[in-house]
Design a protein around this ligand. Structure first.
Ligand code: COA
Length: 160
């Protein structure tokens, strides 16, 4: 597969919108957010969301096929979080997710952080398989999912 991974620029909010709405429609159970909420975002909300993280996108033959973000809020500056990982169904099992994680880890190393974390919905075995394959380990932390308190999410950490 001809694959390129690049970073979204500060004005690429329409690309973020396209990919986020695709991923929330396709995998509604995998994320904190809902399609209903983000479909109603204004341009200003998309721009804020874009700039709140560093977003990496994967493309093949000029089509966007995947996305992942790396977010360092003031309280997580030492240990940024990876968010919003998604690969289009037809492109799965071609190492697209792995390439997106590599880009996030490279970004973390350039910031000289020692580790990165993420949360996944418990039972998401594809995501857990990907993260384990890339060196993430379960931290033992488990918390109810804010949008559905009957479900839980678990945390994983990658040492850089
Ligand atoms: C999870 C997801 C991002 C994986 O992306 P991907 O591009 O298919 O993953 P890769 O091809 O890079 O996989 C690399 C390795 O991860 C593991 N892996 C990936 N998908 C897996 C699956 N369905 N089951 C078990 N292991 C899996 C395997 O070890 C795989 O290597 P292999 O294909 O040589 O066996 C993709 O399935 C997806 O977008 N799912 C829906 C959204 C989602 O769950 N996002 C995560 C939110 S936390």
């Amino acid at each position: 597969m001809d694959l390129t991974v690049s970073q979204l620029g500060d004005d690429d909010w329409t690309v973020l919108r396209e990919l986020r709405l695709a991923c929330l429609a396709e995998s509604p159970g995998a994320f904190w957010a809902t399609l209903e909420t983000e479909a109603a975002y204004s341009q200003g909300q998309w721009t804020d969301f874009l700039r709140a993280a560093v977003w990496f996108i994967a493309a093949s033959d000029s089509e966007y096929i995947g996305i992942a973000g790396a977010m360092a809020r003031p309280d997580t500056a030492d240990e940024p979080e990876i968010i919003g990982m998604w690969v289009a169904p037809y492109a799965r099992r071609h190492k697209v997710g792995q390439r997106l994680l590599d880009a996030c880890a490279e970004w973390g190393r350039a910031r000289q952080v020692r580790s990165m974390t993420l949360w996944i919905v418990e039972g998401n075995l594809a995501a857990q398989g990907l993260y384990a394959d890339c060196g993430f380990q379960l931290t033992g932390e488990r918390a109810p999912l804010p949008r559905d308190e009957a479900s839980y999410e678990v945390r994983m950490r990658l040492a850089l």
